[in-house]
Write a protein that binds this ligand. Structure first.
Ligand code: ADE
Length: 225
């Protein structure tokens, strides 16, 4: 998969997306990630990418020209163009699974008060929010989005089962997990996990997952998640 991220803060993406699983996905050739500075496509002397809003109001608005030039330079046949914005539809695991099927994503990171709406109307396929809160800029959201999508590309995770068994893929949070020692400061690992009966362990995990989901995220059990 190829992902192009366009932002005025390329360092915010290049660092986190060069490490750990994302770094390894790139080394294995499963991810071709390119992070671009939007100012590369600014044409005026000061490389301005924002201007005052028509109609007044707080803050600055990102201009059409550099965004159109960037997207037109980067997109090709079959590209999906995604804008990270708190105005978007809320990102979730099912969305991540759908985006993981795409061959090429161009991810636009907003900043300031927003982006000239002509960019959204003419260029953007999906407006995506990573949650109901406002970040200082979309580059942070692009990191979250990219990580959640790329780890679902076959071969990125060492153990394919870890993506299948995890939270949200079955609509429940995960059961608690433990490792050695079996007792620490008087706190014991649940006996069922030490006994090696796999059917009993699976039933125990399902029950704990249901309990935890009911306590913390009842909306998931009600099918609203
Ligand atoms: N930019 C600022 N806040 C955001 C959010 N919650 N999701 C996506 N992009 C954003």
């Amino acid at each position: 998969m190829r992902i192009d991220i366009v932002t005025i803060f390329p360092e915010m993406c290049a660092g986190p997306l060069g490490l750990s699983m994302m770094g390894r996905a790139r080394e294995k050739g499963l991810l071709d990630l390119r992070v671009h500075d939007l100012r590369e496509w600014a044409t005026d002397r000061h490389r301005r990418v924002d201007d005052e809003p028509y109609g007044g109001g707080q803050g600055m608005v990102m201009k059409c020209e550099p965004w159109f030039a960037a997207v037109e330079a980067l997109r090709g046949e079959g590209t999906r163009t995604v804008l990270m914005t708190p105005q978007g539809r809320r990102f979730c695991q099912a969305e991540a699974e759908a985006f993981a099927e795409c061959g090429h994503l161009v991810v636009l990171c907003g900043h300031y008060e927003g982006i000239d709406h002509r960019v959204v109307e003419a260029l953007v396929d999906d407006e995506i929010s990573i949650g109901d809160y406002v970040l200082t800029n979309g580059a942070i959201a692009a990191n979250v989005f990219t990580d959640a999508v790329v780890r679902l590309i076959p071969g990125v995770l060492g153990d394919e089962r870890s993506a299948e068994e995890e939270s949200f893929s079955d609509g429940l949070l995960e059961a608690p997990c433990y490792t050695r020692p079996a007792e620490f400061r008087g706190m014991k690992v649940p006996a069922v996990l030490l006994e090696g009966n796999h059917a009993k362990i699976a039933a125990w995990k399902r029950e704990r997952a249901r309990e935890r989901t009911a306590a913390v995220r009842p909306d998931l059990l009600a099918g609203e998640g």
